[in-house]
Design a protein around this ligand. Structure first.
Ligand SMILES: [Zn+2]
Length: 305
């Protein structure tokens, strides 16, 4: 894996008003569609959804936990792990996990995985932003990989800038572009706000709870049918650049997702259960209908086909 560190760039000159509006509403459809979110059978329906969850209402400062990381990384020999992923941290919550850490639901055998990504297969561009970090998520609290559509044609670089600039503190750990390039903006062992509130009762259904690790900064309760909020603290989020109803996912993008999932598995040392966003919150549109067969394949084989 080649790790290339990048720094914030000025995309302002081409982020014109129309572009920003489309991006805003598109991401609102993915990130924040709450009660009443439709089935995304029409793009207009998605774009009309309000930003009801991770609103700008609560812009508390992120606590001083920063981006320290201590994921127990167990990479394959041919995977070069970014320095940030292996640096030490002294978070008390993480120490507690190390002592009592059990994750009997997520751990499974590595046998039969069909090979790990090679250095040539996976190139991740790191673009970490402090505002996306919402607390510790050491391996004992990692159970799920949640797949999303961006509901925008914009590429990862522009999306990360938009996330960082809108004040909602929403982001996924990874964005996979249509050409297969992968961007990462939150470390694997930190909480990102990508899943938001889920169906009432889903904390129990998914075997997770709100244990206080997530600072919940920027989140706004939905209540009613979507009252549960624990998935962010127990998962890794992957956004695929895709708009529901606008065609298939490119092979390059799907192969990159294959490699990324293998990389995440290798990093944690076990296979997390793969779900999509609408499994967590049934009102969501993502992933879109054209991903259904791929999702079934991912859940069965960890590859798209
Ligand atoms: Zn989503």
């Amino acid at each position: 894996m080649q790790v290339r560190r990048t720094y914030p760039k000025d995309y302002g000159k081409w982020l014109n008003v129309a572009f920003a509006a489309v991006l805003a509403f598109g991401l609102a459809g993915c990130q924040a569609g709450g009660a009443g979110h439709g089935d995304a059978s029409s793009k207009e329906q998605v774009l009309a959804e309000p930003v009801s969850e991770e609103t700008m209402e609560s812009l508390r400062e992120i606590s001083g936990e920063g981006a320290a990381s201590d994921v127990p990384v167990a990479p394959a020999p041919d995977i070069e792990v970014a320095p940030d992923v292996t640096s030490a941290a002294d978070d008390e919550a993480e120490k507690g996990v190390a002592e009592s850490g059990e994750s009997d639901e997520a751990v499974s055998s590595d046998e039969g995985k069909g090979g790990l990504p090679s250095a040539a297969d996976l190139s991740i561009v790191e673009d970490y932003r402090a505002g996306f970090d919402h607390g510790p998520k050491p391996a004992a609290f990692q159970k799920y990989i949640v797949l999303h559509d961006t509901e925008s044609d914009s590429d990862a670089a522009a999306i990360i800038d938009w996330w960082d600039g809108n004040g909602n503190q929403v982001a996924a750990h990874f964005i996979v572009n249509r050409d297969g390039t992968i961007w990462q903006c939150v470390p694997l062992d930190r909480i990102a706000h990508h899943a938001g509130y889920g169906d009432t009762g889903h904390n129990d259904r998914y075997g997770i709870d709100e244990d206080g690790r997530d600072d919940m900064a920027g989140s706004t309760p939905i209540g009613g049918d979507f009252a549960d909020y624990a998935m962010n603290a127990w998962s890794v989020g992957i956004e695929m650049v895709h708009v529901g109803g606008e065609g298939d996912y490119p092979e390059e993008q799907l192969r990159a997702v294959d490699d990324l999932i293998a990389y995440i598995d290798a990093s944690f040392g076990f296979e997390s259960e793969i779900i999509d966003h609408k499994a967590w919150r049934s009102g969501n549109s993502d992933t879109s209908a054209e991903f259904a067969d791929y999702l079934e394949s991912y859940r069965a084989t960890r590859k798209h086909a």
